[in-house]
Design a protein around this ligand. Structure first.
Ligand code: LHQ
Length: 254
């Protein structure tokens, strides 16, 4: 359900239920969680790439998983939430390549990418209200941070289907590329990041998430602490040495 492929320092994860538009089940979430945990712990993985197989990125929760009756979504969301925490807390850059439609929780997963690329034919729809549900998998947290409160209100209450270009104009994706070039471009970007200063990326990601809930004084203090940490890395030393020697740096990720 989740394909894993290593290309040097990049781990490519592919949601792989193409016949179901990569709709998400509990079992898929558990596989994704395991893969993220292993990637986090493996120093050889220095960037991740998440994409979908077939014509969709993901249609969100598999609406066939629970059958008839009243499902316990609160319990089911614990399986989503640990995946979201793993994505948000990933100490390596995550590139997401949105190859087709991203709906509901599928859209949420896409938005947790640090750099988001989309194929021209990709589309995005929150979908939750259309079936009488509220946003989940961190959508209510990340969407207003990406697009602002007013646009998040509109997207979450009306649930339009946005084209890749519209998503880019809102800041949901960073780049839109022709479909046939998506994997190549996303992999090139992930490879570039895999050769970068991994700790500085991790600490930058942490600052961007944390400072939202901090006062200016607290944010400045956190920047100072994390800069202290970055300043002690081998990669910082190498970065400065390479600058002085007028050559490209060779970062090792520590
Ligand atoms: C599907 C699905 C799907 C199963 C298309 N499941 N089969 C919720 C509940 C609980 C806890 C956790 O969190 C969540 C979070 C959520 O994600 S809620 C939102 C769930 N997702 C949706 O409501 C999206 C439903 N799907 C759609 O709106 C459309 O299918 C999209 C916009 C994704 C794609 O539209 P099209 O490209 O026009 O494809 P299609 O509608 O023709 O779908 C193709 C097939 O895939 C079709 O099956 P069929 O047998 O008729 O060919 C769909 O039934 C099936 N499919 N989404 N989520």
């Amino acid at each position: 359900m989740v394909l894993k492929e290593r290309q040097e320092g990049v781990l490519i994860l592919t949601l792989n239920r193409p016949e179901k538009l990569n709709a998400i089940t509990g079992a898929l979430l558990d596989e994704l969680y395991q893969a993220l945990k292993e990637a986090q712990e493996d120093p050889g993985v220095r960037a991740l790439l998440l994409t979908g197989a077939g014509r969709a990125f993901s249609a969100g929760q598999d609406l066939g998983e629970f059958g008839e009756g009243k499902p316990d979504y609160e319990a089911h969301l614990r399986r989503y939430n640990r995946v979201v925490e793993a994505l948000a807390g990933l100490e390596k850059p995550l590139v997401v390549a949105v190859n087709g439609v991203a709906a509901g929780a599928g859209m949420s997963l896409a938005l947790w990418g640090d750099l988001r690329l989309a194929a021209q034919e990709a589309s995005f729809t929150p979908a939750f209200v259309r079936i009488g549900l509220v946003p989940d998998s961190g959508m209510s947290f990340i969407l207003p941070r990406l697009v602002g409160f007013a646009k998040a209100q509109e997207l979450l209450l009306l649930s339009p289907r946005l084209s890749a270009e519209e998503a880019q104009a809102l800041g949901l994706v960073h780049r839109v590329v022709p479909g046939e070039r998506l994997s190549e471009e996303a992999l090139a970007l992930a490879r570039e990041l895999a050769q970068g200063p991994t700790r500085a990326y991790a600490l930058t990601k942490k600052l961007l998430l944390e400072t939202y809930r901090l006062s200016l004084t607290e944010a400045l203090a956190l920047e100072a602490i994390l800069q202290g940490e970055a300043g002690r890395t081998q990669d910082h030393e190498e970065g400065v040495r390479a600058f002085r020697e007028k050559r490209p740096p060779r970062f090792v990720g520590r």
